[in-house]
Design a protein around this ligand. Structure first.
Ligand SMILES: NC(=O)c1ccc[n+]([C@@H]2O[C@H](COP(=O)([O-])OP(=O)(O)OC[C@H]3O[C@@H](n4cnc5c(N)ncnc54)[C@H](O)[C@@H]3O)[C@@H](O)[C@H]2O)c1
Length: 363
């Protein structure tokens, strides 16, 4: 039987999620909700479902299985905590947009509360729900990469000082808006390939054009990190200050002792470079999906969540879980701490146990 889903927060992303649910046989979109009545009404008309103007009202009137939280807020995450906690309190599984919250205390609480309630909490870390990442992971699982020696990640919005516009919105006109709203994506992909990060060190800045405009956003982030596996990593992220350059919107290269791979433009292209023995010749293997729009990641990721909930997977097997999202936020808060300490080495806060906490008896 299809999962009964309600979507909360009907901006552009809420509409995108609602479309994915309506197009997916594992889901039945039952209702939409927004505090702004006109926004809720417009979406309800589009999807031919009922509109609600508060989550409390929606939960009181509809027997939902899943609440999909697509609100936004300060640093694009301050409106996630309340609806997520409200839905979990009502016994519903939750898929929450990223960042899990812009407040690390809230992120930890959300993950802990979902565990206590024995409910699924997933996050829309959609960037690795792609054919390129799946094939790259397959190379790793088949031993074709060997020991991952390094990971290089570069991510940016296309732009220049000619296209720059001061954004006075409180979502972004403060130092950490880009880090908190956005680094969750590259960190999620880096962790997907190379596991937990144990040490990191960061610099951050903003170009002159932002400084002259009085723009506070630290839009250029440079992060050096070490994974528990021993892999060394580097992340460079920027928010429309420069053109993309090599690799499109984002690129990720993993250099391994048996072979390397590089993903270009998120979902578009993967190249595998097999390592050769002396005297051997090899050609790179290329997967060119022809897909340039990363919007294609949404249906894939949402399908994975619906599939995991339908199948009742063990909590630790939930793909792109709240705990995975918490990990990325712990890294982001460590980046901020390192930046504030002038670039000192920082160890991210540890994550909750993966195999469950006997104190909350989730087996
Ligand atoms: N995963 C991705 O690739 C991706 C891409 C872009 C944006 N996002 C995330 O998606 C989220 C939504 O982005 P958006 O641009 O659609 O935001 P938006 O501000 O346009 O829309 C959010 C809506 O939520 C409503 N809202 C806020 N609190 C509410 C509450 N408690 N109950 C009901 N409605 C409430 C607001 O009225 C608003 O209409 C953000 O968190 C953003 O970070 C994710």
């Amino acid at each position: 039987m299809a999962l009964r889903v309600g979507v909360v927060g009907m901006g552009g992303i809420g509409n995108q999620h609602a479309t994915c649910h309506q197009d997916n046989a594992l889901a039945e979109l039952v209702a939409v909700c927004d505090l702004k009545r006109d926004v809720a009404d417009k979406a309800a008309e589009k999807f031919k479902v009922k509109a609600y103007y508060s989550l409390a009202d929606l939960l009181a009137h509809e027997e939902l299985d899943v609440v999909d939280v697509t609100t936004s807020g300060y640093e694009n995450g301050s409106w996630h905590y309340e609806p997520t906690m409200e839905a979990l309190a009502a016994g519903r599984h939750v898929l929450c947009e990223k960042p899990l919250s812009n407040d690390i205390g809230e992120c930890r609480e959300m993950v802990c509360y979902a565990a206590e309630r024995k409910l699924y909490l997933g996050c829309n870390l959609n960037h690795y729900f792609t054919p390129t990442a799946a094939q790259a992971k397959k190379y790793m699982d088949e031993g074709k990469i060997g020991e991952a020696a390094y990971l290089l990640f570069k991510m940016g919005f296309d732009g220049s000082e000619h296209t720059y516009k001061f954004n006075p919105s409180p979502r972004f006109n403060q130092p950490y808006g880009h880090m908190k709203a956005f680094l969750t994506h590259p960190f999620s992909v880096m962790r997907y390939f190379c596991g937990d990060i144990t040490h990191l060190q960061a610099f951050a800045g903003r170009p002159g054009v932002r400084q002259s405009a009085g723009d506070l956003l630290l839009s250029i982030n440079s992060v050096h990190c070490k994974f528990a596996s021993g892999t060394i990593g580097y992340l460079l992220s920027q928010r429309g200050d420069t053109m993309w350059g090599l690799g499109g919107w984002w690129s990720c290269e993993v250099g391994g002792t048996k072979g390397s791979f590089a993903i270009e433009n998120c979902i578009e292209k993967l190249t595998y470079y097999p390592g050769t023995r002396p005297g051997e010749k090899s050609e790179p293997e290329v997967l060119d999906t022809g897909i340039k729009d990363f919007g294609a990641t949404f249906p894939n990721r949402i399908h994975a969540f619906l599939e995991d909930v339908t199948n009742g997977v063990h909590f630790e097997k939930l793909r792109s879980s709240g705990r995975d999202a918490l990990a990325t936020m712990e890294y982001i808060f460590a980046v901020i701490e390192s930046y504030e300490l002038g670039g000192q080495l920082v160890r991210p806060h540890p994550l909750p146990t993966i195999h469950g906490n006997p104190a909350v008896e989730r087996i």
